[in-house]
Design a protein around this ligand. Structure first.
Ligand code: ACO
Length: 312
């Protein structure tokens, strides 16, 4: 079977860091409440940046690090729930900024916080029919634009950022994936554009219950597909929504926390950007090394879930 290989990664984080103390000057909250309930210490909000500029910067960095020319990209997709425009897609803006060839399909993908993992499977499919070798996949969000800054139960959770990867299809590369959906707009939703202010709405405990169910489900499904055991997996990279969700899921998998990569303390929940930002940080910090086995798992609005197991 052909699997995806990550050729390179990139990320873009807005300059402005907003601490929990900063948030406590906007809504009735505290550093202590946010840290103990979520693990978040700060997040970044766009000021001079926006959804498009973050996506373009992350994509440009990944492309430069791949050491390939823009013409070699056969497909470009951007996973997001906060595109710069409802249309054209963020991916079209990336195409223009990076000078991707005009015969490159470019489109956005909406699967909430699971967007990057949906994107991986879509890229795998598209590369089988592309005459070119590489795909460019971005997860990017400007969630500060859709945060109700009077609602303390949601506005403390999210942040802005983008992550990107250049991918290629390789014969015999380890690859397993699982995707799912439980159609539901009550637990988590973002308002449509053009109907007044657009905000995130969330039933926090509903998301919590859903997340701690689907993380172990995805992990087991990926292990079944590959015949690997959890001990053989070097890293689990979960969607960075809440530290407590990851701790509960770890317990259900009878695992300690040492295999789980967490950076939620610095970025909050960046939705579709959280997994590619995490992967890029891990590479830059020298944590993620060639040959290691990685499991990425996400869950989000839809409700959607997804997992991928691959070798770095
Ligand atoms: N600061 C202080 N108090 C707060 C805050 C805040 N920021 N937010 C809510 N509270 C209060 C509530 O008003 C409530 O007060 P009350 O008891 O006087 O009515 C109290 O805290 C408890 O509220 P709950 O909503 O029951 O708080 P809970 O312990 O469930 O924690 C949280 C809320 C952190 C959101 C939790 O439900 C959770 O982790 N859910 C998962 C949701 C999540 O991670 N979402 C991420 C986005 S979705 C995604 O990525 C797919």
């Amino acid at each position: 079977m052909k699997g995806l290989k990550f050729i390179s990664t990139g990320r873009a984080i807005p300059e402005k860091a907003v601490t929990n103390d900063d948030m406590s000057r906007i809504v009735d909250t505290s550093d202590e409440w946010i840290r103990t309930r979520t693990g978040i210490a700060q997040r970044h909000f766009c000021t001079r940046e926006n959804a498009a500029s973050l996506a373009v910067s992350a994509a440009r960095q990944a492309l430069e690090r791949a050491g390939i020319s823009p013409e070699e990209i056969g497909v470009c997709a951007a996973a997001t729930v906060t595109p710069q425009y409802a249309s054209p897609a963020n991916a079209c803006l990336i195409q223009a900024a990076l000078g991707l060839a005009e015969d490159t399909p470019c489109f956005d993908l909406s699967a909430g916080c699971t967007g990057f993992l949906y994107g991986l499977e879509v890229m795998r499919g598209m590369l089988t029919i592309s005459p070119k070798r590489y795909a460019l996949l971005v997860g990017g969000e400007e969630l500060s634009r859709v945060m109700d800054m009077t609602d303390r139960s949601t506005c403390v959770l999210f942040g802005d950022g983008a992550g990107a990867a250049v991918l290629a299809l390789e014969e015999n590369a380890l690859w397993a994936a699982t995707l799912g959906t439980r159609g539901n707009s009550d637990i988590l939703s973002v308002d449509a554009v053009g109907k007044g202010p657009s905000y995130i709405h969330m039933d926090g405990q509903g998301v919590y219950r859903f997340a701690v169910e689907v993380i172990p489900h995805c992990a087991k499904e990926l292990l079944n597909q590959t015949g690997l055991t959890l001990e053989q997996v070097d890293w689990i990279v979960p969607h960075q929504a809440n530290r407590r969700i990851v701790e509960t899921a770890a317990k259900r998998l009878h695992l300690g926390m040492d295999k789980f990569f967490l950076n939620i303390d610095r970025y909050g929940n960046t939705s579709a950007a959280s997994i590619p930002i995490a992967l890029d940080e891990m590479v830059q910090e020298g944590l993620l090394r060639k040959g290691q086995k990685v499991m990425a798992i996400a869950f989000g609005a839809g409700l959607t879930w997804g997992g991928a197991l691959f070798e770095w």
